[in-house]
Design a protein around this ligand. Structure first.
Ligand SMILES: CC(C)(COP(=O)(O)OP(=O)(O)OC[C@H]1O[C@@H](n2cnc3c(N)ncnc32)[C@H](O)[C@@H]1OP(=O)(O)O)[C@@H](O)C(=O)NCCC(=O)NCCS
Length: 173
């Protein structure tokens, strides 16, 4: 097993780069039709492999991406959270905070905790002036994560062929 150096740490979680060794764990999220209901669809193992490769090239090209969320107490993989460069959101390139957890780990505050750490990292270390989340209007759980981290509604956009709400926050620096 490779040694994984955390990119970020929260009170209960490590966030580290995702590798192909995470495929089985990610399948628990990406094969779940409930968790994936606001995405184009579930993913099979090949699609998950492509997603991992995309994330790993994003770490190199953008200096950010989605990270594996690992429980400190048990070393369980519970999902992903991180930062994604979103090109041309209504004419502007934006840094997005995004997250997805395996359903067993919902409603315990982990997504909010991980997203908060990612936002702080973007503001304090990456020099982001603002952060957004692109969220389907029906995705109440995700909207609640954004609100708990003080992102507020900015505007409606059409993204990936679907209406999305842009929630955003400015850098406090
Ligand atoms: C979006 C997603 C990660 C949100 O998960 P979540 O469990 O609702 O959010 P959190 O992990 O922040 O947990 C918050 C809940 O834990 C509760 N909680 C319990 N213990 C807690 C603790 N110690 N600290 C903080 N909150 C705690 C909060 O009160 C809150 O309760 P609620 O669900 O009744 O509102 C999850 O729904 C998901 O993975 N969805 C599929 C992927 C997806 O749609 N991603 C977003 C695309 S835009």
């Amino acid at each position: 097993m490779a040694v994984h150096t955390p990119v970020l740490e929260t009170p209960r979680l490590y966030l580290r780069k995702i590798t192909l060794e995470d495929t089985d764990s990610l399948q628990l999220l990406f094969e779940d039709p409930v968790a994936m209901q606001y995405f184009p669809g579930t993913k099979d193992r090949a699609e998950t492999g492509e997603w991992i490769h995309t994330m790993r090239s994003r770490y190199e090209s953008d200096g950010m991406g989605f990270y594996a969320c690992i429980l400190k107490d048990t070393e369980e993989f519970i999902g992903y959270c991180g930062l994604l460069l979103q090109k041309d959101v209504d004419g502007t390139d934006e840094t997005e905070v995004g997250y997805g957890l395996i359903r067993n780990y919902w409603h315990q505050g982990y997504a909010t905790e991980a997203a908060k750490a990612c936002m702080e990292y973007a503001f304090n270390h990456l020099g982001a002036k603002s952060i957004i989340s692109l969220i389907r209007p029906e995705n109440i759980n995700s909207i609640n994560v954004a609100r708990r981290n003080h992102l507020t509604f900015v505007k409606n956009v059409v993204r990936f062929g679907h209406p999305h709400r842009v929630y955003g926050a400015k850098s406090p620096l």
